[in-house]
Design a protein around this ligand. Structure first.
Ligand SMILES: [Zn+2]
Ligand SMILES: [Zn+2]
Length: 159
């Protein structure tokens, strides 16, 4: 399988060749600011299943306020679209800004593979479906210890 995506102007194009390992929907302030929206829908891939096929993305290095590690935001220097993220902390993984896929609906988003994180900072209007794993902040401690999720019994609508 192959799925394609790219920036608004088309100068940066990419390809993925495998399904995401999982999907994170994140409402942290970094993701709100970076997307200019309520948060980021972030399918996470093995780094080897992604490549930039056309053009060259620029990179903004952001120091995570949580881990102190670098997060690398890849974006088109012409139109400003952010396409993907890489991480100092997880060098073998990569996150895609899902709205940049040519078909943003191609991958599964089910309770089995999707979690919602940083509900503590979700903005007014944000909705979170029932039945999915949710977390107040991160899904794991800085040392990697998993945090127990909460599963909502009904949809959450931040007011
Ligand atoms: Zn562009
Ligand atoms: Zn985030």
């Amino acid at each position: 399988m192959e799925q394609l995506g790219g920036c608004l102007c088309g100068a940066v194009r990419y390809r993925v060749t495998a399904a995401p390992l999982w999907v994170t929907v994140c409402f942290c302030q970094f993701c709100q600011r970076a997307t200019g929206s309520q948060g980021m829908i972030e399918p996470i891939f093995e780094i080897g299943s992604f490549d930039v096929s056309d053009g060259k993305a620029r990179v903004y290095t952001h120091v995570s306020s949580g881990s102190g590690k670098n997060v690398y935001v890849h974006f088109c220097g012409d139109c400003g679209t952010k396409t993907h993220l890489t991480f100092e902390r997880w060098p073998d993984r990569l996150g895609v800004y899902s709205g940049t896929f040519d078909d943003p609906s191609w991958f599964e988003m089910s309770p089995a593979n999707t979690k919602y994180i940083f509900l503590d900072s979700a903005a007014r209007g944000t909705m979170v479906p029932a039945g999915y794993n949710t977390f107040a902040r991160h899904a794991a401690e800085n040392d990697g210890t998993p945090i127990t999720p909460s599963v909502l019994s009904e949809m959450l609508h931040m007011r």
